[in-house]
Design a protein around this ligand. Sequence first.
Ligand SMILES: Cc1cc2nc3c(=O)[nH]c(=O)nc-3n(C[C@H](O)[C@H](O)[C@H](O)COP(=O)(O)OP(=O)(O)OC[C@H]3O[C@@H](n4cnc5c(N)ncnc54)[C@H](O)[C@@H]3O)c2cc1C
Length: 558
Amino acid sequence: MAKSLLEEGHRPEVFDRQPDLGGVWLLRSESKQAGAYKKVRFQTSKYTSVFSDFSGPSGGGHFYGVSDMHRYLSAYAEHFNLSPHIRYRTEVTKIVACADRWKVTVARDGEIRTDIYDGVALCQGLFWKPWQPDFAGLSSFQGQVMHSGSYFDEECLRGKRVLVVGNGISGMDIAEDATKSASKVYWAMRRPKLIMPRMAGFVPNDFQSPASLLADGDPAQMLERIRHSMPDYYRQYRKSGLLPNLDEFREQPVVQINDGIVQMVANGQVEAIIDEIDEFQPQGCRFKHSQRNLDVDIVIFCTGYANGEYLDSLPGVSMQDDFAMGIFHRDNPSLVSTSCPLGIAYSGTFFFPEMVARWYARVMSGSYRLQDNELNYHLDRRHGAVMGPIASLVFGLKLGLLPDPKREFKAFWQLLNLPSFPQIYRLRGEHSDPDAANRLEELRKLSLTNGKQTAALEVVKHRILAGFDDVVLRDLLRRGEIEERDYQGAGRYATRAIVFDWQSQYIMRGDAAARSETTPAYGAPHNHVDDEDYYRKLLGQLKTGELDNQGLLKALAI
Ligand SMILES: Cc1cc2nc3c(=O)[nH]c(=O)nc-3n(C[C@H](O)[C@H](O)[C@H](O)COP(=O)(O)OP(=O)(O)OC[C@H]3O[C@@H](n4cnc5c(N)ncnc54)[C@H](O)[C@@H]3O)c2cc1C
């Protein structure tokens, strides 16, 4: 936020109650209460989980750990000389409207200061207030109770019988971690979620282009693809009993990333219990459906964080009702929130605060005027999660950072077929970076796009073109931006046009199942393949150079 504001000519003053830079990535073992733990590794690769204007040090693995991320953030602050603008050990305690500006109170070492600001950006993060369900009998449990927020590493579990509750990222990581020191690890969840390893074959799991995401008709085909492209993993997955229910996955097609837990459950190192906890007892707990009693020494609740409707520092302002799109204060958009109120799927999360910051900087300088349809967009319970690659695209179009598809369709389509590399959003528009094209080219080589279009992608292309009127299509055709068959194809999909409006970035609850029934399965180009010969053939083609990594990926439609 500070960098984007400076870039646009504003004078930011940043307050952070921590003693140093890093947010959740400033990890300290003493009195840890929230955020990351020692062995966290990013689930998304360092190619999508960075800011668009700074790639970070090269080398190392594909996925950052805690110290890598801390180093990256420190290098970023140094590169853009941000430290002089940050006041550490300073807590924001109150923000109140003051005419069309904001009165902000901060506290440092017991000293209180109040100032008036033209705008306020809330960048307080989402992982600071541990939340756990209110289980019957928990106070009678004689063992130890902790939350993943206070978990640092597995040392505290040595020799103990551990129950890990919850199958989000921290639940999977901590259950895996616990096997290194605990005498027994139980892992309880109400229902399984889809788990993928960090590397999907030859590339990181988040090398999903927006075009390939749009090609997926039925989310449940993802399981089919895992079965075909990672047969060993799929075998372990079946053995583990953790395969999710397809209908539930269709409803909420969000993928969790973890490398070891499926195998650990399959080989018995971790005992998964798919059931609800009925109540706690002095020695452990009882499960609801199986009525099983479990004796344990320690329970770790990996049940997430409370990001309530109201912030302590912002009395009377509802983060749900008062923020358009979950971002701008509806009545006075000089108050903005950078934390995505929903989970982000299929890409790193960094693009979200960055895009909001770039948008906000322009709103504050008057070079972007928010429209009524933006200020009236309301997030409700149907909004399930954000599809990262599509959201980047929607932001990019809004802020003029992408080629206008109605004028430069070829260039737009090319970028749409790349994974969600942040550098895409520095190629053009305000505050573009002359080096972005080179950095993008390096990344493109990593993903090795061969430029070939599958039938499924061609349909996506035609569905996008179907959203343009005939005058635009004819102009694109005349200027060689599209071919005759694209023009014809657009006509075939008139009723199923893809439009990149604000809504298009969300996975809506309840809509996915309906969509999978009405939408042909364009994302399953290898549905006809039921044996392993096909994969051997692909590997052979890869070895001889007939196919590159991206070609392989496309053939498998990952
Ligand atoms: C275990 C874990 C794994 C993750 N894995 C990934 C991943 O694989 N990929 C990915 O892209 N993202 C991942 N994330 C998310 C990622 O960490 C966040 O997207 C990013 O770090 C959030 O940065 P932030 O600055 O918005 O918030 P934070 O890092 O939470 O920073 C917020 C800062 O605000 C300060 N603050 C809060 N309230 C106040 C106040 N009232 N006054 C003063 N200061 C205040 C806090 O002290 C903190 O320093 C993960 C997060 C966790 C916890």
